[in-house]
Design a protein. Structure first.
Length: 257
């Protein structure tokens, strides 16, 4: 019995080492906002905490199948295991403690950092430096820079241009069915609802553009019909001066329309 325990523990240690290494490796999409940094940090914490429990279950199952498994129909049931002794108690204590810890940190504390809006229809801070009104419809998006009177859309072959190091508030709605506004580089996502305006605020932290990195795109993340997967919109994050120049260059076209 002792050698079986030692072998299973050895498999567990190896799997845990591999899992924790992958959890801490830089395998995540591009980070383009401060909220994305928060999400990735929380996700890593959850993976690191949960990995030993996951690999323990896998190691025990794997070892038992390899060592004690048999092919064909068994002649009789195996001996019953009643769960008595120190092992089950330790397992319950460890997993229960982990579950309680996760509910508090990063659960409640993580949600507090993301600052849910009191209205219940949005996320993020209220000190927005730029407001972009977003309308989703099958199968495209329209973006309006509220203060500048500039509107861009997929039909125009345009892109969503944002300044870096800026708090941007997106006010989002839909004209038909439920869509979902999501930019992978920002990690934040919220539904676009017919007859209701939802909103979220992100702080851009890194330059980027869709041509170089497809994480810089608006993507509908709610199954909304036949061409759901094509409901994308390119995003470009640029320095503030370049953004102001681009915004000025769009005003004549907007006025002409």
């Amino acid at each position: 019995m002792r050698r079986h325990v030692i072998a299973a523990v050895a498999v567990w240690v190896v799997l845990t080492a591999i899992g924790e290494t992958l959890a801490l490796a830089d395998l995540y999409p591009t980070v383009g906002s401060s909220e994305a940094e928060d999400f990735d940090r929380i996700f890593r914490i959850l993976i690191v905490m949960g990995m030993p429990v996951f690999t323990f279950v896998i190691a025990v199952l794997f070892y038992c199948v390899i060592r004690f498994g048999s092919f064909g129909k068994p002649s009789e049931d195996g001996p019953a295991y009643r769960g008595a002794g120190l092992g089950p108690r330790v397992w319950l204590a460890v997993t229960g403690s982990l579950a309680l810890t996760v509910m508090i940190f990063p659960g409640l504390t993580g949600l507090a950092e993301l600052q849910p809006d009191k209205s219940g229809y949005g996320w993020g801070e209220s000190n927005a430096e730029l407001v972009v009104r977003v309308v989703g419809f099958r199968w495209s998006w329209t973006m309006e820079y509220a203060d500048a009177g500039v509107t861009v859309s997929t039909a125009q072959g345009k892109e969503l241009v944002l300044p870096v190091d800026t708090h941007v508030k997106f006010e989002i709605e839909s004209t038909d069915v439920i869509h979902s506004f999501w930019i992978p580089a920002f990690r934040m996502k919220i539904d676009a609802l017919p007859g209701r305006t939802t909103h979220m605020t992100v702080k851009t932290t890194a330059l980027g553009r869709f041509e170089d990195d497809d994480a810089y795109r608006v993507q509908c993340a709610e199954l909304c019909g036949l061409d759901h997967s094509t409901m994308t919109f390119p995003v470009r994050v640029v320095p503030r001066a370049e953004f102001e120049q681009w915004l000025q260059s769009q005003k004549p076209a907007a006025t002409a329309q």
